[in-house]
Design a protein around this ligand. Structure first.
Ligand SMILES: Cc1ncc(COP(=O)(O)O)c(C=O)c1O
Length: 397
């Protein structure tokens, strides 16, 4: 249809002019953090496979054995005939690691957030959300139709002010935040948020996509810095440190039972392929038994921030904010010339004016390559004429 294609062309042209058009580049990932793209071998700092488990022999053989036994697809929603026996085992293992009574596995992290938030809050309720929360927490929040208030990034006083003014006017209240922020790498102030939520009878939910396997002895952000896991709703994904695909919620038994009967993305979507559950179980065994492995990504990120002179990394994710999308593209191209893949991150993934390079460190990144990367990044920073006016950490307003 003419008008439809015209619409698409003009949208694309608009995005192109703003350096915001995205394209898909075919990438071949083998073992470790290297990637082949356009015939070149690059060392990738843009993959969330923090423990390099996606190619681990134990995960591959668990997945292939599950395919041999159960087939490739789950065949139906979990509530119909897709609830393969491996899901129970995976849920028990996740709940054990996270210190909760129970867990529920979903098709992906995005589907998890899109399902659980509307199952917990509706029109008469209130959701408080960190302004830098991940897109799928926003999606779940919007689907819920609850009254939504945004608090400044990691600003507990602002969240408190909003609760003080609004808590008594609503039925239930839910506060949602990333545990580890996906584009900034910083951690949510969970003890303070937990205390605030207890005072205002508000349910605290974390998206721990980037915490599981790499923070808090592998148990995630609720356990970082000696915390004891007191977050009642811990959501996460099986697609990052776990090396596979799928999402989960860890919570109390009644909450999980409610999800299994009310979360629309669980009920109306085909279950995760059973092979992904098998691979995730194998990954959890590695995470539980190899604390030295789970400590590596953060240690490598810290070696990098030390060498570059950036604030100490709090997680394996390190941002370098450069400002405009064009500058992020140029910086990324410059690093590619040195053999590094660091995908530029641009709005709307991050706020306007904070386009950035996002470095994700994995257990298998060689130390000497991190030193070489740090050298290249220092040169980039020195080369950027306006660097003194540019933010190096997230803007919170
Ligand atoms: C913070 C955060 N939450 C959720 C997701 C979605 O997880 P998934 O990729 O499993 O859909 C991602 C990743 O893309 C993420 O970074």
């Amino acid at each position: 249809m003419r008008s439809l294609d015209d619409f698409a062309y003009s949208k694309l042209a608009e995005l192109e002019r703003a350096s915001l058009r995205r394209t898909l580049a075919e990438s071949f990932r083998g073992e470790g953090p290297w990637i082949e793209r356009d015939g070149r071998r690059l060392l990738s700092f843009s993959c969330n496979d923090y423990l390099n488990l996606s190619n681990h022999p134990a995960l591959k053989s668990a997945a292939t054995a599950a395919i041999a036994q159960y087939g490739v697809g789950a065949g139906a929603s979990r509530l119909v005939t897709g609830n393969h026996p491996l899901f129970r085992e995976l849920e028990e293992r996740l709940a054990r690691l996270k210190g909760t009574e129970a867990a529920c596995v979903f098709g992906s992290g995005y589907l998890t957030n899109a399902g659980i938030v509307p199952a917990l809050a509706g029109a008469p309720d209130l959701i408080l959300i960190d302004e830098l929360a991940h897109a799928c927490l926003w999606a779940g929040t919007q689907l819920s139709r609850a009254r939504t208030l945004v608090f400044r990034h990691n600003d507990v006083s602002h969240a408190k002010a909003l609760l003080t003014e609004n808590r008594s006017r609503v039925r239930a209240a839910l506060l949602v935040t990333d545990g580890v922020f996906s584009m900034d790498g910083d951690l949510a102030p969970l003890p303070e948020l937990g205390a605030l939520c207890a005072t205002f009878d508000t349910w605290l939910m974390t998206d721990d996509a980037h915490g599981l396997g790499v923070i808090g002895n592998g148990r995630g952000s609720a356990f970082a810095g000696g915390l004891s896991g007191q977050v009642p709703l811990q959501m996460g994904t099986l697609s990052k440190a776990i090396g596979g695909y799928g999402g989960y919620l860890c919570a109390s038994r009644p909450v999980i039972d409610l999800m299994k009967t009310r979360a629309r993305t669980l009920i109306y979507s085909t279950a995760l392929p059973p092979a992904m559950a098998a691979a995730a179980i194998a990954a959890l065994t590695i995470i539980e038994s190899e604390p030295e492995l789970t400590a590596k990504p953060l240690a490598k990120a810290r070696a990098f921030t030390r060498r570059v002179g950036l604030p100490e990394a709090q997680s394996p994710i390190v941002p370098l904010v450069v400002g405009e999308p064009e500058a992020a593209l140029q910086a990324s191209n410059k690093l590619a010339e040195e053999g590094f893949l660091v995908t530029p991150i641009r709005p709307p993934t991050v706020p306007q004016g904070t386009a950035r390079l996002r470095f994700a460190f994995t257990a298998m990144h060689p130390d000497e390559e991190i030193a070489r990367l740090a050298h290249a990044v220092r040169a980039l920073i020195e080369f950027t004429p306006a660097r003194k006016e540019l933010p190096t950490c997230p803007q919170s307003s």
